[in-house]
Design a protein around this ligand. Sequence first.
Ligand code: CUA
Length: 157
Amino acid sequence: MNIHTYEKLWLAAAMVLIVGFIATITYGAVGPGVSMIDDDGGSIDPDAISDHERFGDTGVTHVGGNEYEVDVVAQAWSYSPGEIEVPAGSEVTFYVTSRDVTHSFSVVGTNINTMVIPGEVSKMTVEFDEPGEYGILCNEYCGEGHHNMEGKLTVVP
Ligand code: CUA
């Protein structure tokens, strides 16, 4: 073999590795690794959020009894609404989506923690038994303002 044959072999080997890496990353992004996303939440056109039935008007909705729905839009680098207030003893279903890049919606000190992906709606139902105050943080790096991305959740008596 001459030097050019070796070069071609190395190039071929490098291509195989690169394709392998991309396949791994792609599989990781759409595969079981994102099981924290609730498919029941469905999908959404991230460019039409302002006109969306649910996300065009974010906030807390009383749906009856002790049940509430909270619609949240995440964007660089804030949540809308920034402050959420629900009563103690309530059962709250959160619907969260992103306007731009991947964020998270994580309520500090609880197991409420979901990735928020543009085009996807993350849905989770939570019971709040006692009054309290919680911080909401973004755990997914989303740019220079990531560390300032926060909200507040208050469970009122
Ligand atoms: Cu949003 Cu980090």
